[in-house]
Design a binder for this molecule. Structure first.
Ligand SMILES: *Cc1c(COP(=O)(O)O)cnc(C)c1O
Length: 226
């Protein structure tokens, strides 16, 4: 078995164990293999093991791989989204995880209308208000919520976050829990279900699943060190 095959098998076991601990179904967790910095050949290894969801955080890098790989791969956009990339990102990605401001959301909505699309998106939260990270603070999201709901083209499927870096994955748990609670709060306010929670990376995805993650973004645990 290749490393990628063995790694995917091991991750699936961890996903099932975390779901069992949380009383959840493993069918409700989508593993996104994060392929940034890894070649199309490595991505194909994952594809050959049945992996269908992949994530990239740069448009240019994704565009260099997409034509080389089967069309049945589902590409997720997980990186910071610049305005000048929106027009190309919307048609090529199944889910955009990184809508990080009202301004960007409004612009993406406008472009989606021009292109005749109804893109599925997540709102990215910067829950710890880190200088180095993009995303809504919890309060900014509450303030902008009505305006976001008025956007007719964007289908807001849920929330995404990257918690502060830490050594002990348990330290991510309160951030994951806070994301779920914020989703519950906004969903109740507006009767917008927002079923998706994109949270958890190589170091902490089992904990994210225990706290309700529906999409985990896992790179190095699948493909090795970058
Ligand atoms: C790179 C990246 C990941 C994956 O990180 P790993 O630690 O390699 O699993 C997940 N989410 C985002 C937003 C990333 O940029």
């Amino acid at each position: 078995m290749s490393d990628v095959a063995a790694n995917l098998t091991e991750i699936q076991q961890h996903i099932h164990a975390a779901c069992a601990r949380a009383g959840r179904s493993a069918d409700d967790v989508t593993l996104i293999a994060v392929t940034k910095t890894f070649s199309a050949d490595r991505v194909r290894e994952a594809y050959d093991c049945g992996q269908r969801h992949v994530g990239e955080n740069r448009l240019q890098e994704a565009e260099s791989k997409i034509p080389l790989l089967p069309a049945s791969l589902q590409w997720h956009y997980i990186g910071q989204l610049q305005r000048n990339k929106v027009r190309k990102v919307l048609p090529q990605f199944c889910l955009i995880h990184s809508i990080d401001s009202l301004r960007l959301a409004q612009y993406a909505d406008e472009v989606a209308r021009e292109l005749g699309l109804f893109p599925q998106v997540l709102l990215q939260l910067n829950l710890a208000n880190e200088e180095s990270k993009a995303g809504f603070s919890a309060d900014a999201l509450r303030e902008n919520w009505d305006s976001l709901l008025r956007l007719e083209r964007l289908e807001i499927m849920g929330l995404m976050t990257v918690p502060p870096a830490c050594d002990d994955p348990e330290q991510s748990r309160p951030w994951f829990r806070a994301l779920r609670e914020l989703r519950d709060e906004l969903a109740t306010l507006s009767e917008t279900p927002m079923p998706y929670l994109s949270m958890g990376m190589s170091g902490d995805y089992p904990i994210a699943i225990e706290e309700g993650a529906t999409h985990i973004r896992v790179g190095s645990a699948v493909f090795g060190k970058r």
